[in-house]
Design a protein around this ligand. Structure first.
Ligand SMILES: C[S@@+](CC[C@H](N)C(=O)[O-])C[C@H]1O[C@@H](n2cnc3c(N)ncnc32)[C@H](O)[C@@H]1O
Length: 345
């Protein structure tokens, strides 16, 4: 199937990387067709789409492509005339047509008129369908892209915004100044390429944000922290969000009392809002990476966040890891966070 995902503009590279990592994690064969700002086109099965729907944090809408052409009304209407809409909507179903631009693309001329003309065409051609602008059963969507192209398709799902906002740090039963945003934590889980049913270990779990996001998609969360208060807080959060049975321990990430985990996703303390318990950050990092190399199962990935200047990729590579991908995120004037995905060489 020709599919597309509308990506969040929250970061230039993480959203598309997350979709690719999900497809890899779930062993879904796919062929990437093209990447645009805020849009990824790929060919895969409907099952692959289900995985993206269940897991992604930075995808907003996913759909099936009907056609692509230049973002010019005459050409768009011509392509619509050639389309067999009955392949995409059945008699009796309700529908709406929406035309939007994404990520700073030029607007198509008179988008509302275009929506109406396409809607009228569908209504005339497929008997018994009805327009419902509020809650359509089928949403046809036209997107103008940055390069002047237009993609027309049918939406298969949209992410309800509320899903993540209910887990923002301020709304969690337990949080701390170092608590991550849930979307970012979910993205880290996905980048670690852990399968549903696999075990994800967060050795610096804090309030358990990464573990909650892992548990909610059917990954088994396993966590540790040096502070008892954090472990208790993480347990409270995992139970509150029904994110799987919490397997948590008070433990030093440099001496993990666990063996063979499928993936690691973590956010070590940099000594700013979270304490390193008196260790230098470099010492903590080296000890943690060495310990991770011992417990990561064959082919397993490690996804971690750290300040850019900490130089994690170089240190990890000197310890036998390979850098699979990295993404820099500007947080504020004095912090650029680097998300790094590692695998043992
Ligand atoms: C940046 S915070 C993690 C925040 C977490 N990702 C969240 O969203 O809540 C880092 C955590 O590492 C813990 N920590 C510091 N040194 C540790 C060590 N050697 N082993 C395990 N945990 C440690 C701190 O107590 C702190 O809770």
């Amino acid at each position: 199937m020709k599919l597309f995902t509308v990506l969040s503009g929250e970061h230039p590279t993480l959203p598309a990387a997350e979709v690719r990592a999900i497809l890899e994690a779930e062993s879904m064969p796919y062929r990437e067709v093209e990447e645009f700002p805020c849009l990824l086109k790929f060919e895969a099965s409907r099952k692959a789409l289900e995985a993206v729907k269940l897991r992604a944090a930075y995808s907003r809408l996913c759909g099936m492509e009907i056609f692509s052409c230049k973002a010019e009304a005459g050409e768009i209407l011509e392509r619509c005339r050639e389309t067999s809409f009955e392949d995409f909507i059945s008699p009796g179903e309700s529908f709406a047509v929406r035309v939007r631009r994404i990520c700073g693309a030029e607007k198509v001329e008179k988008p509302l008129e275009l929506e109406r003309e396409i809607g009228a065409m569908i209504w005339r051609r497929v008997k018994g369908v009805k327009v419902d602008l509020k809650r359509p059963e089928k949403l046809f969507i036209g997107l103008t892209l940055k390069n002047g192209d237009f993609l027309f398709g049918v939406s298969l799902w949209q992410i309800p915004f509320k899903d993540f906002s209910a887990r923002k740090p301020a709304r969690k039963p337990f949080s701390h100044p170092s608590t991550l945003q849930p979307k970012f934590a979910r993205c880290m889980v996905n980048l670690s390429r852990v399968k549903r049913g696999g075990v994800l270990y967060d050795p610096f779990c804090g309030a358990g944000t990464i573990l909650v996001e892992a548990g909610l998609i059917g990954v088994k969360p396993l966590g540790g922290d040096l502070q008892t208060g954090m472990v208790m807080g993480a347990r409270e959060n995992l139970l509150h969000y029904r994110a799987g049975s919490p397997l948590l321990m008070v433990a030093d990430a440099l001496h993990p009392p666990v063996r063979l985990v499928d993936a690691i996703a973590t956010d070590p303390p940099y000594g700013r809002s979270a304490s390193t318990a008196g260790r230098r950050f470099e010492e903590l990092l080296e000890g943690f990476l060495n310990a991770s190399a011992e417990i990561l199962s064959d082919g397993g990935f490690l996804c971690m966040a750290s300040p850019l200047e900490a130089g994690v990729p170089a240190m990890a590579e000197s310890l036998g890891f390979k850098t699979v991908e990295k993404h820099a995120i500007h947080i504020h004037r004095s912090l650029t966070r680097l998300v790094v995905v590692l695998r043992l060489k």
